[in-house]
Design a protein around this ligand. Structure first.
Ligand SMILES: Cc1cc2nc3c(=O)[nH]c(=O)nc-3n(C[C@H](O)[C@H](O)[C@H](O)COP(=O)(O)OP(=O)(O)OC[C@H]3O[C@@H](n4cnc5c(N)ncnc54)[C@H](O)[C@@H]3O)c2cc1C
Length: 347
């Protein structure tokens, strides 16, 4: 099988590994520039703190991601997957109460440490209502992940810098620039919004900003979380974020974004720091918070792998595996993330 993958963020990288493993002849192209995957903090968190619920399909996604990132580390000879303890600083008595109730439930106890005295009396002036530790969290060092995988694909002659040009495509025959493919997979992130084949889907662009800090004194044993995350990277470096701005595809960091993050950070720490980097990216989000996966209803050789939202690093390994299985073996796709949930107007 000959397959073209458009976009080399975490979606395109996971797809390309799956396709190579399945014995396909793969070509991966990327136009360069700002990939959300390079800006992301890469945190894998099984909980959604706002509602104190479990993340979608978490019991399948987390073990699969762990296994796949380990395989990629082996292949590329780099280390980028790091287990992490996330410590939530409760924002209210009510949140503490939610944790106490949920930690008793079997489906939650896999991801929540049972509260002990040290959690409640965690020595930080911002700790008013106690804290809780999340199990099975991790983070991907996104700089290392992106560079390592791109270098690996380049060494195999698979990856090239090129912008996909829709005018050169025959979607019915899957011929692009005169070359015939079995499938063309669009993993274009936020730019998928301007792909005419899939413009009927409700892909949104949600900008986010993140800071890198240097501090000798900030707590670096765990990732603290309240209003924002503070992710220790080692050597006195931290990532902190992020912000949400809807319906914008510009990737320019703003003063307002920086202010919001530094203000939120006060609810976690009063230690001093210096800002060493400020980045912005645009998440490919969907109103129902489910990805956009599947074959085009009229041109089945045209395939979309997008809408990974705020949790692309957790979701991509399993969903891209399921997509490749679907294309090569005809297995069913998960209905909640299948694009068939959105009606397609006849062309
Ligand atoms: C501030 C911030 C913090 C985040 N933190 C986290 C986090 O902690 N954990 C987590 O899991 N997720 C996080 N995310 C979300 C995560 O970044 C996304 O879910 C994920 O990166 C989306 O990956 P993707 O491959 O779909 O898109 P992208 O990474 O954007 O990749 C798309 C690629 O396609 C290329 N492309 C597009 N169109 C074309 C074309 N026509 N021709 C050629 N190439 C093309 C682009 O150049 C780009 O490289 C965060 C995002 C932001 C912005």
């Amino acid at each position: 099988m000959k397959v073209l993958v458009v976009g080399s963020g975490v979606a395109g990288i996971c797809l390309t590994h799956e396709l190579i493993q399945a014995g396909c002849n793969v070509r991966l192209i990327d136009k360069g520039g700002n990939a959300s995957s390079a800006v992301a903090a890469g945190i894998i968190n099984p909980l959604v703190f706002r509602r104190m619920t479990l993340s979608w399909r978490v019991s399948e996604l987390i073990p699969f991601a762990r296994k796949k990132y380990a395989e990629m580390e082996q292949l590329t000879g780099n280390s980028f997957y790091h287990p992490l303890v996330i410590r939530r600083l409760f924002a209210s008595e009510q949140e503490l109460g939610f944790w106490k109730t949920k930690q008793e439930l079997p489906e939650f106890s896999e991801y929540m440490e049972t509260l002990i005295e040290e959690d409640l009396s965690f020595p930080l002036e911002q700790n008013t209502f106690g804290t809780g530790r999340v199990k099975q969290a991790a983070y991907i060092d996104t700089d290392v992940f992106m560079h390592a995988n791109h270098a690996y694909f380049q060494s195999k002659g698979i990856l090239s810098e090129e912008t996909f040009d829709q005018r050169e495509l025959d979607p019915k025959e899957a011929v692009y620039k005169g070359v015939s493919y079995d499938f063309i997979l669009f993993a274009e992130g936020k730019d998928g919004k301007s792909n005419p084949l899939f413009s009927y889907l409700p892909l949104q662009q949600t900008k986010g900003e993140v800071l890198t800090l240097a501090s000798e004194t900030m707590y670096a044993e765990e990732s603290l979380n309240r209003k924002c995350f503070l992710l220790p990277l080692g050597d006195g470096r931290f990532k902190v974020g992020s912000t949400y701005a809807w319906d914008t595809d510009n990737t320019i960091p703003t003063e307002e974004g920086k202010q919001t993050i530094t203000e939120n950070l006060k609810s976690i720490t009063s230690e001093t720091y210096t800002i060493t980097e400020h980045k912005a990216g645009v998440r490919p989000t969907v109103p129902d918070r489910r990805p956009l996966i599947g074959r085009h209803p009229v041109f089945p050789k045209m395939v979309i792998a997008n809408g990974l939202g705020t949790k692309g690093y957790m979701i991509a390994p399993l969903l891209m595996h399921e997509l490749v299985d679907h294309l090569l073996k005809g297995t069913e796709l998960n209905a909640e993330s299948h694009i068939s949930r959105f009606p397609h107007a006849p062309l």
